[in-house]
Design a protein around this ligand. Structure first.
Ligand SMILES: [Zn+2]
Ligand SMILES: [Zn+2]
Length: 180
């Protein structure tokens, strides 16, 4: 199985805390464990200002995904981690996006933080959410679609409340697709 590279993404807007390389160590460890492959953190951040929609004040995730795909090598699986809020034109926002059965995925920490909803910060909770969302988006790169088992990490979640009740792990069926 291909190793995973985490790419910290930066933006000029500074919406939320930028996921600097050092802040992603916990995520790299969790992903290495979940997919049983080496997971490294890219040393430099990639600036995603080009994807900003000034009216929405959000970043177009598909454009970022395309940029990551162009820059990645076929021998690696890439996960971009952004702090800025992401969207696709038909939706208000997305937590992340991935190439189905491809090499690249993208997640944003913006809406995973309690601060976004006017609540006090809960760092541990935000980390758990990021791990779930990252495993979910990377799951799509293995060709997995949304799972009907609500506990499975591949179940669809468009709100943090839904994210919080599911597991960070694959159900038996999804697991067998990933690990063969
Ligand atoms: Zn999904
Ligand atoms: Zn499943």
């Amino acid at each position: 199985m291909k190793p995973i590279t985490l790419i910290p993404l930066s933006n000029v807007c500074g919406n939320g805390v930028e996921p600097g390389p050092g802040r992603l160590t916990f995520l790299a460890a969790a992903l290495a464990n979940a997919f049983r492959v080496p997971c490294r953190i890219h040393r430099e951040t990639v600036n995603v200002s080009f994807a900003l929609d000034p009216d929405r004040r959000q970043y177009w995730s598909t454009a970022i995904l395309q940029r990551l795909a162009n820059a990645s090598s076929p021998g690696e699986r890439v996960l971009g981690v952004a702090a800025c809020d992401l969207y696709v034109p038909v939706l208000t926002f997305v937590f992340g996006e991935a190439q189905l059965d491809g090499n690249c995925a993208l997640v944003s920490t913006a809406r995973l933080q309690e601060e976004f909803y006017g609540m006090p910060s809960r760092k541990e909770l935000a980390r758990e959410r990021l791990i779930k969302e990252a495993v979910h988006e990377l799951g799509h790169t293995f060709g997995l679609r949304h799972c009907r088992d609500w506990r499975c990490v591949m179940s669809s979640s468009h709100a943090v409340e839904v994210l919080d009740v599911k597991d960070a792990a694959f159900c038996v069926t999804c697991r067998s697709t990933v690990f063969g």
